[in-house]
Design a protein around this ligand. Structure first.
Ligand code: TPP
Ligand code: DXP
Ligand code: MG
Length: 620
């Protein structure tokens, strides 16, 4: 059946009774393809029936379906004519793992970061109304994404607006890990107590029988209805927010889904359809461990084992080091915004649960919450992906840095992350952090240096950012002493003519570059900068004054990064030399394998060596 589907129109030609079979085919397709490419398997397995029902009931692209985060849009991509590209999913020049406006007219709104769908949908709906147009607007948001503040800002705005808008809440009790927070508990209550909803329906029916006689009496009765509802159905949260609540419904029953969505179509104002699904449905390993199959690496279908399992990542190095420190130091607390696994804080959570805080997908709250703990003498470590820290820029400035509070931002996934693409590349943090007073920024060249930096940060009495990349880290020792001196760079090689200042994982590339340049009789200085703020000015000025060409290499956009910092320093001291700044250009970096991307942007060792040679020849 799947072969016949190349557009939502084809789906409408299929007999509804055959949908369960179609969904089964889609699941097999997903498992087979994602086992090879990697990707967000569990979320997509859970949303098969809901996506089929949505595309059956609504008429995309005339009707607008907006996916929150977008990591669960694979079924949508299959139905909207992109199934033949699934072998290229998340690969260089291949299909994006998220919704992307340039990829299809059915991707009405691009995503990757969480909790944006209701705002975007409301914007589209209000634009529709201003234009006097007629179409449906549907936001699909998960229970995890609903923990994000933006979702509530949007509900708050939409609820009283009377704008026609349908929000479908895909409730599977999971964020990446288990979902957290009181809204999550509230949803679970709705989910597990069918009588609760039946009662609501019965009360609504009963109250609606009361005839509205006269204007004043009508108003009075409406008031009574509201009070009775509040008394008998406590916490009618969505209704109180101004939404008509439909649900909860079984999200794996296509017939039921279609019936309820059709009903929602006929209703006016903001509607919330509460759908219960199972993350990972239909693949036993993903059902059992939905967190492991959330953002899955390629795996073996039979065993559920990941191809590259085993080696420690930078996240593990951070998580294990901090846990080790915190076992002896009761002031250390760890904070995550819904990423305990991804950030390596799971190690901390298991051993020291009382000092571990998962605040939901709420980076802004996490940052100010950390500031609050710091005010009371704790040492908070907020582990956050570089790309998601963008969300909390104001909190970082206003709540942490202005007050010079000793919060440590453990910035994971700094630099390019690869397959997640432009929404997730962590290539802006150096630029946006450098501009902020009071914060110190450092980046380790390898796993052991990360251990040392985490230790160093413990006794720094001001805001600190430690940035490190996604991926394997090599061997390390959490018991290693800290030998790094604050603000001091490391000279890896002395040299002549050329100085290469590199940061973080680019140090290894600089070392490799030097080997290539040796064949051309060039022996540059190689400096591991370690610190972006403060820069080791003395060392940088000393070495720069000895060479003809200064080169900087960073895993960040060139604009405002560490190369800019060095250029500014040299300029301010009257050292006017060519400074070749290597990093990412002024564009969003697409998805693909990290090494391919480094190559494309001239940041692999061979490309760096060639660029240096060319520049050097021009100068001679
Ligand atoms: C701002 C932001 N923070 C963190 C993430 C990482 N993230 C991606 S999906 C996800 C969980 C989403 O859960 P939910 O919306 O319930 O979708 P499900 O996977 O359960 O279907 C998280 C935390 C993100 N995409 N954006
Ligand atoms: C959708 C999303 O934002 C996360 O699932 C992200 O893809 C995880 O990335 P990692 O695989 O690097 O943890
Ligand atoms: Mg969920």
């Amino acid at each position: 059946m799947l072969e016949q589907i190349n557009s939502p129109y084809d789906l409408k030609k299929i007999d509804k009774k055959d949908f369960p079979l179609l969904c089964e085919e889609i699941r097999q397709f997903l498992i087979e393809k994602v086992s090879k490419t990697g990707g967000h398997l569990a979320s997509n397995l859970g949303i098969v029936e809901l996506t089929v029902a949505l595309h059956y009931v609504f008429n995309s692209p005339v009707d607008k379906i907006i996916w929150d985060v977008g990591h669960q849009c694979y079924v949508h991509k299959i139905i909207t004519g992109r199934k033949d590209q699934f072998d290229t999913l998340r690969k260089f020049n291949g299909l994006s793992g998220y919704t992307k406006r340039t990829e299809s007219v059915h991707d009405i709104f691009g995503a990757g970061h969480s909790s944006t769908s209701i705002s975007a949908a409301l914007g589209i709906a209000r634009a529709r109304d201003l234009n006097n147009e007629k179409y449906f607007v549907v936001a699909v948001i998960g229970d995890g994404a609903l923990t994000g503040g933006m979702a509530f800002e949007a509900l708050n705005d939409a609820g009283r607006s009377k704008t026609d808008l349908i929000v479908v809440l895909n409730h599977n009790e999971m964020s990446i890990s288990e979902n957290v927070g009181s809204v999550s508990l509230y949803l679970s209550k709705l989910r597990t107590d069918p009588g609760y909803n039946k009662l609501k329906q019965e009360i609504d029916n009963l109250l609606n029988i009361i005839p509205p006689i006269g204007k004043n009496l009508h108003r009075y009765i409406e008031k009574i209805k509201d009070s009775v509802k509040q008394l008998v159905v406590p916490g009618m949260f969505f209704e109180e927010m101004g939404f008509t609540y439909l649900g909860p419904i079984d999200g794996h029953d296509t017939e039921m889904l279609i019936e309820v969505l059709e009903r929602a179509k006929k209703m006016k104002g903001p509607i919330l359809v509460h759908v219960i699904t199972k993350k990972g449905k239909g693949y036993k390993f993903a059902e059992k461990k939905p967190d492991k199959f959330h953002s899955a690496a390629p795996f073996d279908i039979e065993t559920g084992k990941f191809v590259s399992e085993g080696q420690a990542t930078y996240s593990d190095v951070f998580g294990k080091t901090l846990t080790e420190m915190a076992l002896r130091d009761k002031k250390i607390v760890a904070i995550t915004a819904a990423m305990p696994e991804g950030t390596g804080l799971i190690h901390f959570a298991k051993l020291i649960p009382e000092r571990f805080f998962d605040v939901g997908i709420a980076e802004q709250h996490a940052t100010t919450f950390a500031a609050g703990m710091a005010v009371q003498g704790y040492k908070p470590y907020f582990a956050v992906y570089s790309t998601f820290l963008q969300r909390a820029y104001d909190q970082l400035i206003h709540d942490v840095c202005i007050q010079k509070l000793p919060v440590v931002f453990a910035i994971d996934r700094a630099g390019i992350v690869g397959e997640d693409g432009e929404t997730h590349q962590g290539v802006f943090d150096l630029s946006f952090l450098r501009a902020v007073p009071n914060i110190s920024i450092m980046s380790p060249k390898d796993a052991n240096e990360l251990v040392e930096m985490v230790k160093l940060s413990r006794n720094l009495d001001f805001p600190v950012a430690i940035r490190y990349p996604r991926g394997k880290a090599g061997s390390f020792d959490v018991n290693r002493e800290c030998n790094i001196e604050f603000g001091k760079a490391e000279v890896i090689n002395s040299g002549e003519e050329i100085a290469i200042f590199a940061l973080g994982r680019m140090v290894a590339k600089a070392v490799e570059t030097r080997k290539i340049l040796a064949d051309f009789n060039l022996n540059p200085f190689i400096v591991n900068l370690r610190f972006v703020k403060p820069l080791d000015e003395e060392l940088i000025l000393d070495i720069s004054s000895k060479v003809k060409l200064v080169v900087t290499i960073e895993d960040n956009v060139v604009a405002g990064g560490v190369g800019s910092a060095i250029l500014e320093l040299l300029n301010s001291k009257g050292i006017y030399k060519p400074v070749l700044r290597l990093g990412f250009p002024d564009k969003f970096i697409e998805h693909g394998d990290v090494e391919n991307l480094f190559k494309k942007y001239g940041l692999d060792a061979n490309s760096v060596a060639n660029t240096i040679l060319q520049k050097y020849k021009e100068m001679m």
